[in-house]
Design a protein around this ligand. Sequence first.
Ligand code: NAG
Ligand code: NAG
Ligand code: NAG
Ligand code: NAG
Ligand code: NAG
Ligand code: NAG
Length: 519
Amino acid sequence: MEAEQSKSKGWCWWLLVMIIAAVVITQTSLLLWRNFDKKDSGNFHQAHGPINDTYANAFSIAMQFFDVQKSGKLVNNKIAWRKDSGLEDGKEEKLDLSKGLYDAGDHMKFGFPMAFTATILSWAILEYGQQMQRVKELEHAQESLKWITDYLINAHPSENVLYIQVGDAMLDHDCWERPEDMKERRPLTQVNTSYPGTDVAAETAAAMASASLVFKSIDSTYSQNLLKHAKELFAFADAFRGLYSKSIIRVQDYYNSSGYGDELLWAAAWLYRATGEESFLSYVTKRNGDSFANWGSPSWFSWDNKLAGTQVLLSRVSFLSSKAIPEEENLNLQLYRKTAEIFLCSLLPDSPTATSSRTRGGLIWVTEWDTNQYAMASAFLAVIYSDYMFNSQTPTIYCSGKLYEPMDLREFAISQLEYVLGNNPMKMSYLVGYGNVFPQYVHHRGASIPLNAKTGCKDGFKWLNSTDVNPNIVVGALVGGPFLNETYNDLRNNSKQGEPTTYNSALLVGVLSGMLSTP
Ligand SMILES: *[C@@H]1O[C@H](CO)[C@@H](O)[C@H](O)[C@H]1NC(C)=O
Ligand SMILES: *[C@@H]1O[C@H](CO)[C@@H](O)[C@H](O)[C@H]1NC(C)=O
Ligand SMILES: *[C@@H]1O[C@H](CO)[C@@H](O)[C@H](O)[C@H]1NC(C)=O
Ligand SMILES: *[C@@H]1O[C@H](CO)[C@@H](O)[C@H](O)[C@H]1NC(C)=O
Ligand SMILES: *[C@@H]1O[C@H](CO)[C@@H](O)[C@H](O)[C@H]1NC(C)=O
Ligand SMILES: *[C@@H]1O[C@H](CO)[C@@H](O)[C@H](O)[C@H]1NC(C)=O
């Protein structure tokens, strides 16, 4: 009783003190948050130069591939030969997995590369959304991203379960049909605590964390939901470690993962950018950095390996963050930046450490399968890094005795773009629908089958075999690309060179968005 009384005596004062404290705290945190928001939700790069119409045109074309690949009940569909499909996907587990994008020329929904597509698209929007807005494509980009993240949210029904695939590759590849006509079973595949998938769960966390920044100022509830999923998935990925392609052997034939350390660092780096929480910075700079970052040894950026992307993303912190970072963490942050620069130096064609992995015409060339992916991924990192340099007034990078300016990185990116858009020995654009000459026999079911065809699963193969050009133009597809000797066989059964993927288009869209205007 006594205690009660003395409490009520001082009550007024306490209330006043608490109100003042609350106001001060909210104001300060709002202020901090706003500053952080302004910096970290992107559009850093204020490019006021004129819009380059050539690139603006290529950009609008490339963006259309996301519309072509959409599964589900279509909204405002602009692709004349596409309709609703995959409406039952997920039903057998009482989930709605009808959205998302078909991976490539087939109708699989592979979660690992689809999430990577989303992360790249988010990154492009965060850095270059302002330029996208100037060419009236920002909403289109946001909406394409949301088509994937809506799917990813539904694919994560509880903390430690993530559905990573819709469709069975054997059943799917046994048919040649339009997505609208699919009749085969589309089973679901999940990772969980007994069959973990650190790589795929962490990539999905990266996609959701980056997308949470994109949607922060548009739909804060959606953004917070994405962040919640991202954090849960990251915790799941980290606690139950294993390669998804070891847990589920049959995925090895398509998207075999070579490691999960890169995805853990990539996801933590995105979560750091999305939240500013110290724990994510320590994650990448301390023990897990030591184990997985491979400092000093560059690697190609692709759906399988995110290290180069992580290095560039974390370089941003040392270039642009105003926060004080503890000494030990800062040392390792510098190692990320150093490794990014070793990678970038290798891309510059006249640098002392230039890679020999390129064609005579100058295209970065890594594998016979889908080589354009590596060229576009390299160009995307180069243009982002050049803009981090511009924005932080960093005049040069050092490459074994020679100094290079941000403009050199940008010129490298332009050289890769120009090549894929037609300045190459085949005198052909590898971006479908762009220019006068582009692949006519793209390995893509929907594009190869006339709208009025009555064929089904098996007899549909006559369209794969047909020597006629594709009846539908698969606008925005970026095909796999040339051989090392710079030849390209435009044959429908040539999936090595002639199959497009969603991440190819995301990477190309990323490079183009950085080129829409001049720094
Ligand atoms: C715009 O892009 C075209 C096509 O590659 C290029 O030739 C031209 O120099 C660019 N213009 C500007 C102003 O950057
Ligand atoms: C966990 O995932 C594996 C591999 O996808 C699957 O076979 C198994 O049924 C899942 N476990 C549960 C409890 O659903
Ligand atoms: C998948 O990668 C693992 C190594 O990570 C390798 O042992 C395996 O042979 C690969 N599978 C296929 C089908 O290439
Ligand atoms: C398509 O060609 C393959 C061999 O190239 C053949 O086995 C198959 O019967 C053909 N299918 C149709 C429907 O023409
Ligand atoms: C180019 O390379 C491909 C793949 O290695 C090969 O099949 C083709 O014969 C080569 N073409 C020429 C003209 O050398
Ligand atoms: C691919 O198609 C071409 C012509 O359409 C044909 O000559 C070739 O044999 C086919 N290759 C395979 C592996 O089916």
